[in-house]
Ligand binder design. Sequence first.
Ligand code: PXP
Length: 247
Amino acid sequence: MTARLNVNIDHVATIREARKTIEPSIITAAVICEQAGANGITVHLRGDRRHIQDRDIELLRDVVTTYLNVEMAATDEMIGIALQTKPDAVSLVPESPNEITTEGGLDVIANFENVKKAVDALKAAGIFVSIFIDPVIEQISAAAGVGAQQVELCTAEYAELTLSSRATHGEGAQKAASEVSRIAQAAAHAKSLEVLVAAGHGLTYRNVGALASLPYIIEFNIGHNIISRAVFVGLNQAVREMIDAIA
Ligand code: PXP
């Protein structure tokens, strides 16, 4: 079965916020992604509101007809927004104010009670809950323990290893292959606990194929590489090319 693609459109909002203006429209971006065949739209509402704003979530909730996945930290403020706007899914992510982007997965073991409280509240409101975690067996067990319906395996390390030709030669290729196998084992462990498996972070047209051919990964969340390519070829084509890379 081919995995679904949710396009993360945060960086359309990054361009808009660079001028604090009204363009490019996040709504137009979402519609183009859907028309190009994306299975869903992902956005990250950060505490510092550096790209996506609260109003974007409200508008996207009205416009997105496929699947709206909102990434957020497990804070009272964010969970309150989710309960009010009711996206189809919430992905709980760690967040630190000075990071350039999300740095690794949520430590569910260290934050067990807080994460469980968030998961309970979201599930009670009928919102599907995914947790972004590193491909580590103990973290997956903890995610199952707090009641997550899905884990999104953090592929940042794999992405780093596949950034350049390092990945296709000698030691670099071996390291990338061993990271793929760590992700595969993590996915199998989640499956054995009846937890669904997504993956994302740093994925590209070039590196997604090795993960798309693994069993159990049913969803990819990909943003930066698609929006970057869209600058040159347009968003519709950029999304189509990623769908082809996953198929
Ligand atoms: N998944 C999660 C949980 C993320 O935080 C991000 C980045 O916002 C992505 C996927 C997408 O990562 P990228 O923009 O590198 O494709």
